[in-house]
Design a protein around this ligand. Structure first.
Ligand code: AKB
Length: 314
C-alpha cells in the first residue's frame, strides 16, 4: 500500500513497485484522484491518511503487508501553516505505526525522512550520519520526531520500519509542491516554457540533491535488504550530488544558451541556509549498497529532454 501515491515520489515509486511485484499487488492511495493511466494500471483509492477508519478498512480488505507512507506537508508550505503541518505529518505517521503494531500481517513500513532533520548547528559539509540535529523548521522538527518514533517502534515493538533522509529530489514526471529544493525542478520547467527563471534562493546556495531514478532505486534497495545488514533503525543519510542555483543554471545554459536567470530569495532562503550543503552517505553505501548514477550533467540532459517532451517541444 502506498499512501501519497500520486505525489512526486509516489507516482514513480508505484510504477517501479508494480514492475517488481505485479500491478494487482500494489494498492495506490492518495488524497487526490490519480491520472487516468494510473487508474487503469492497478488498484487505487482516494484516502485521507488522517481518516483512521478508512485506513484500517483498506489495510484489512486488501490484506496489506507493507506500507509506504509518503504523504507530508513539505518545508516551505509547513512554515505557512505550522500547527496544521505538524498535525498532518505526525498524526499520519503515528496512526500507521500504531496500526502496524496491532496488525501482525504488516511486516514492513517505509517512511521518508529528509535532510531537514539537520539545522543551523549541524556541520554543513559532508554532514555525517550521526551528528547534531537541531532543526529550526516545522517540517524538520516533524521529520526528526518521526525518526525518533520509528526507532522507538522498531526497538520496543520489534517492527521493521525503514527510512531515508532524502535530499532535494529532481524529476519531471510529477512536480514537487511546497519544498525548499523545488527550485531545482522549477528551473527546468521555466527554462523550457519561458526561457527565464526567477530563483527563490540565492546563486550560491548549495544543497544536496538526487535524481528521482536514483532515489527510487535507493528506496527499493533499502526495502529489499536483509534486516540483519541494517545498522540504522531511524533513517539513513542519502546524499547524491550537491550543487547551487548558479551551477545548475550554467549546466542548462550549455543546452539553452539564451536561458536567463535572476535571483530573488524569499523566506525559503533561511531554510536552505539551515540545511547541509552536502551529505556523507557512507553508512548507506556500506549497509545496503547505495549507489547514485546521475551527476549534474546527466540529470540536466534527462530533465531537459523529459520536460521538453511534456510540453511537446523537440
Ligand atoms: C523540501 O524541500 O521540503 C523537501 C525535502 C528536502 O525534504 N524536498
Amino acid at each position: 500500500m502506498i499512501i501519497g501515491a500520486f505525489g512526486q515520489i509516489g507516482s514513480e515509486l508505484v510504477v517501479e513497485l508494480r514492475n517488481i511485484y505485479g500491478n494487482e499487488n500494489v494498492f495506490a492511495t492518495d488524497i487526490k484522484e490519480p491520472y487516468e493511466d494510473m487508474k487503469k494500471q492497478g488498484p487505487w483509492a482516494v484516502l485521507d491518511v488522517l481518516d483512521t477508519k478508512r485506513l484500517v478498512h483498506y489495510v484489512i480488505r486488501h490484506k496489506i503487508t507493507q506500507i509506504y507512507h509518503l504523504a507530508a506537508v513539505l518545508s516551505g508550505n509547513a512554515e505557512k501553516i505550522p500547527i496544521q503541518a505538524w498535525h498532518i505529518n505526525m498524526e499520519s505517521l503515528m496512526n500507521i505505526l500504531d496500526l502496524a503494531k496491532e496488525v501482525p500481517e504488516i511486516n514492513k513500513i517505509f517512511w521518508p525522512s529528509s535532510i531537514a532533520v539537520f539545522g543551523p548547528t549541524t556541520p554543513r559539509q559532508k554532514t555525517p550520519q550521526l551528528t547534531v540535529t537541531e532543526p529550526n523548521t516545522v517540517y524538520g522538527i516533524s521529520k526528526l520526531a518521526g525518526e525518533r518514533w520509528i526507532e522507538y517502534y522498531n526497538q520496543k515493538y520489534g517492527l521493521d520500519i525503514r527510512s531515508i533522509r532524502y535530499p532535494g529530489l529532481i524529476s519531471y514526471k510529477t512536480e514537487p509542491g511546497g519544498g525548499t529544493t523545488d527550485y531545482a525542478v522549477e528551473i527546468f520547467y521555466e527554462a523550457i516554457k519561458n526561457g527565464s527563471y526567477e530563483c527563490f534562493l540565492s546563486e550560491n546556495s548549495y544543497l544536496p540533491m538526487q535524481f528521482m531514478d536514483d532515489a527510487i532505486k535507493a528506496t527499493v534497495t533499502l526495502m529489499q535488504t536483509d534486516k540483519s545488514k541494517l545498522s540504522i533503525q531511524s533513517s539513513y543519510n542519502v546524499g547524491g550530488i550537491s550543487f547551487s542555483p548558479k551551477e545548475i543554471y550554467e549546466e542548462i545554459k550549455i543546452h539553452l544558451p539564451e536561458f536567463k536567470i535572476s535571483y530573488k530569495p524569499d523566506f525559503r532562503q533561511a531554510i536552505a541556509d539551515s540545511w547541509p550543503a552536502s551529505i556523507d552517505d557512507t553508512v548507506a553505501q556500506k549497509d545496503w549498497g547505495l549507489k547514485n548514477v546521475y551527476d549534474i550533467k546527466k540529470l540536466t540532459e534527462v530533465m531537459l529532454r523529459g520536460v521538453s517532451e511534456k510540453f511537446g517541444k523537440k
